[in-house]
Design a protein around this ligand. Structure first.
Ligand code: SAM
Length: 261
């Protein structure tokens, strides 16, 4: 049974069933997907010739990246790794990549907070953090922005999403990226009906690196437990930086399904 079928059969909410809204034409998630895919395609359009590397943290079923690589002229130049914790979602992503003939797309069933998950693929030309920032606290978003800066190659692009529900953190997230040397390439209209953003940033400064300190906490938004202050960026870049991450899968325990993020 594919991951899709397993989720549908289960009945209860899960990170598998979360993806079903993608299949509803005109839904918020379908519109968000179109926006993210447009930014992925634009990144590939503008990429220099030669091999490219992409990573996706909390990749889900990989609909965004796989869908673009399958049809883009540069799609076969991309070696990608999708990091997804849910085995059924990871299985679906593998099936989708195989069906599209994308031999250079690898899906690992792993915790996105583990730096080993990205070994050999960072710094990457394209970093996807979609459906992440809506499920973690503001402090953890800022920390993860710092992680993205470490995972992204000079000249690379980070594409991320965050719903526009109040408080709208999109402007703050943009500022956090720009504080780290990224340039704003595109930000969704605040009035967009789907209430999500998919800005992309370039990373012009030579601050890309191989060390990752990915923080994917285990609670949603303001319900998260207080955490120690993030380590200074310089510390986080250390090769043996301590990883403080956990799953975001317990968001459901807060009594409501997480939104698109
Ligand atoms: C909101 S969905 C986003 C999926 C995908 N990025 C997208 O936008 O379509 C969040 C995904 O993160 C996965 N996830 C949760 N905690 C994770 C962790 N610690 N490491 C890797 N994946 C995780 C869930 O299983 C789920 O598929």
């Amino acid at each position: 049974m594919s991951g899709d079928a397993a989720g549908a059969a289960g009945g209860d909410w899960s990170w598998v069933s979360w993806h079903q809204e993608y299949d509803v034409p005109g839904s918020g998630l379908a519109q968000r997907l179109a926006a993210v895919q447009a930014q992925i395609a634009a990144t590939l359009d503008q990429a220099p010739p030669g091999p490219l590397r992409a990573i996706s943290m909390c990749a889900g079923q990989g609909r965004d990246l796989i869908g673009v690589l399958a049809g883009h002229p540069r799609g076969r130049d991309v070696t990608a790794r999708l990091v997804e914790l849910d085995p059924a979602n990871a299985a679906t992503a593998r099936e989708r990549a195989a069906a599209a003939g994308l031999a250079r797309v690898e899906v690992v069933t792993a915790d996105a907070a583990e730096p080993a998950a990205y070994a050999g693929l960072v710094p990457a030309d394209l970093v996807l953090a979609c459906g992440v920032f809506g499920n973690i606290t503001a402090a953890d978003i800022e920390r993860t922005v710092g992680c993205c800066a470490q995972l992204c190659a000079t000249g690379g692009t980070v594409i991320w999403t965050r719903g526009r529900w109040a408080p709208d953190l999109v402007p703050q997230i943009c500022a956090w990226f720009e504080d780290r040397g990224f340039e704003r390439r595109w930000v969704s209209d605040p009035g967009a009906g789907f209430g999500a953003g998919a800005p992309a940033h370039r990373h012009p400064a030579a601050t890309g690196g191989g060390a990752a300190d990915v923080h994917v906490p285990d609670r949603r938004g303001d319900q998260a437990e207080p955490r120690p202050a993030p380590a200074p960026l310089a510390s986080a870049r250390a090769a043996n930086a301590r990883i403080t991450g956990a799953r975001i899968t317990s968001a459901r325990t807060a009594g409501r399904a997480p939104p698109a993020g």
